[in-house]
Design a protein around this ligand. Sequence first.
Ligand code: BDR
Ligand code: CA
Length: 316
Amino acid sequence: MDRYKLIFDTDPGIDDAVALLLLHAMPSVDLQGITTVFGNASIEDCTRNALYICERFGLPYGVFQGAGVSFLGAEEEDYPDFVHGRDGLGDVGFSPPSRLPAKISAADFIVQAARMSSDPIEILAVGRMTNIARAFEIAPDIKSKIRRVVMMGGAVGVAGNVTEWAEANIYGDPEAADHIFMSDVPVLMVGLDATLMHQISRTQLATLTDDLGDAGEFIWQIKQHYLNFYASKGVFDGFPIHDATAALAMIFPDDFEIAEGDLRCVTAGDQRGRTIFSERHGGHHQVALSAQGTTLWRRFNALMHAQFGVDSSKTV
Ligand code: BDR
Ligand code: CA
């Protein structure tokens, strides 16, 4: 099987945590490193969470701490603790990990990994795209080594989740997103149009909890906060796992309706953070416009059982 090199750029974050476990379970992914960015919590909390997950599950990946402010240097005033908890992982009270982040920054790692690799590298970005924009700015030569940026973010035909127009990852750093869109690097955008179509029900969550041993226990622990948030919005059964759905889109594009065209991001005015997509055959951006939720749940479940399942006789 062909394995391809991937950098995971993330702001863990509850759905980020699930995506990291899923990536570890994907045999075709050769994960080069985890780069962290501020977003769901402060950069220190997001980095600590990535290290915690790696330590708890024995994941052998380096963690590179990245941006704590936006591409233009703006600080965050309000982290979304009502979604992800004050610590970013649902305020379960996990003990601090003993592992430390690597000595170089996320942007420097992206530059170094791209330059040193003989094959093109893919980046899965499931937070603000600040680190990638910085890497492209300090080393424009690496753009030719990036096969594609797959990103969770944006909304095209549905409303945003921060404003009517803007989704959280894009709203948090629109200039970084537009910097990526303006580069020649191919992008696959997996935004709310697709991720809201793949939701996990409470019954499905219970199956994971029963079958996946410590990984199941961990997902159950962190999801309690998330479930409460969705219940407060009137959604009592089912929650999206945005970042894990974007990871699935890399490997199973046929389970999505994907259109080609050109992406830009609005950086000023009421629509700041809005992703604008102009469909055009042959455009070097792709957008997932919908997703087959039932099939994706089957894929997710099968991969997670194969990696973390406690009963090997049980197939899904
Ligand atoms: C995105 O924002 C973050 O809260 C999630 O981790 C996800 O990446 C969804 O809008
Ligand atoms: Ca995220």
